[in-house]
Ligand binder design. Sequence first.
Ligand code: HEM
Length: 458
Amino acid sequence: MATDRVVPGPKGKFFVGCAKEISEDRIAFLMSISRQYGELVRFTIFGQPVYLVTKPDYVKEILVTNNKDFHKSSLLRVARFILGDGLLTSEDDFHKRQRRMMQPAFHSQRVNDYAQTMIDYAVKHADAWNDLNGQPIDVWDEMMRLTLAIVAKTLFSADVEGEAHEIGDALKDVIKIFERVAHPLAGLSLMLPTPRNIRIRLARRRIARTINRIITERRASGEDRGDLLSMLLRAQDEDDGGVMNDTQVRDEAITLFLAGHETTANALTWTWYLLAQNPEVERKLHAEIDSVLSGMPPTPDDLQKLEYTRRVFAEGMRLYPPGYLIGRTAVRDSILDGHSIPRGSLVLVCPFVTHRNAEYFPEPMKFDPDRWTPEQQRDRHKFAYYPFGSGPRTCIGEPFAWMEGVFLMAVIAQRWAFDIERDHPVEYDPQVTLRPKHGMTMRLRSRADAQTAQAANE
Ligand code: HEM
């Protein structure tokens, strides 16, 4: 096979390459170059070669078949500053061992145990809106608070509505650090003693202290509370019998805490936004929820029955995948379908672009949950949809996220609908996850009102 196929792409400007375009409007830039040059595109940022990969066959090569040639992006070194050697940032044998030890915590039986917490928290949260009927609320902020409370409860058994403010506030500071990941001088700028960097360091210390305290208390009591932290403390490597020390447990706990709430909150927020623009889909969703739940909160057993709800969530993540960009660095020279990818290149695998390609999803901008019927799925390339990545680094929290997404949608949509607020600007804020830049202000509409009106008309 020829190994010298040229990878097309924009030339960019002298010295800076495409640095300006990618930092100004990342999503528009990635969409436009893929439209113009295809499913494998090369460009540079300050001389650094970057490959945008969106063809399903190539995505599979990078994330699965040839994963050993591609490590996590070097930009993630900055994330190490916060996450230590957690699952998201570690590599090679260390990663493999940690993943092996943590996997049982995400097996379906274990995840099922978290279902009731998700349902209870969602009911409490949705009921707290009762005085806000007809009012605008920031749906993104609400989803962030709800998923944060759920991850804190399932991870630490901590009812963080109170304490979480301490952790939550510190986390918000720390999350900001990720915003610098896109900057080519990220590692250096973090070393500078600016007020912001000092705040981030203090926040990081505060989180470490809080979690260390929880770990010490838990080890001392020896209690198994059935939460993820208990799983981490008891996890044992099946090969060498080793366990995690406190630092490893802490790094993994912070990783799960960070990785485990913003992604789901974004997925839900964008899905509410899509539903508000698609009344027919919303109507079908309500019909399923009303018929499966008959006005009662869901039970963990209802998950399988909420099939359309699951499709709605899947379709929301197609159009707005929270992990819209999956970064890798080529650790050796490699060949991708005859194109050479030199060692040191940055490889950006982009679900956002693949998910909007008409070749795999006809009428890609149409919000159509029926794309996720088994028949429609059967005929589609398996790697045309990968909101959770794939291969050895695939999202460990995927079963957790599906369950959380479906139950939160069911509980909330049973009680409420959200209407678009015309004046509210909706723009992307593509940081590590795909956030809405100005939050997502929408108007709450009680479904009970609509049901009463309908009953009166019948
Ligand atoms: C809708 C929700 C979620 C989405 C879209 C999502 C997406 C992703 C993606 C794309 C990756 C792969 C990154 C890569 O290959 O570089 C990933 C990894 C990861 N996710 Fe998620 N995630 C979600 C929810 C969660 C939850 C709920 C948790 C934990 C409770 C979690 C924990 C993790 C961890 C620890 C990794 C690193 C896995 C490894 O490298 O071995 N995620 N996630």
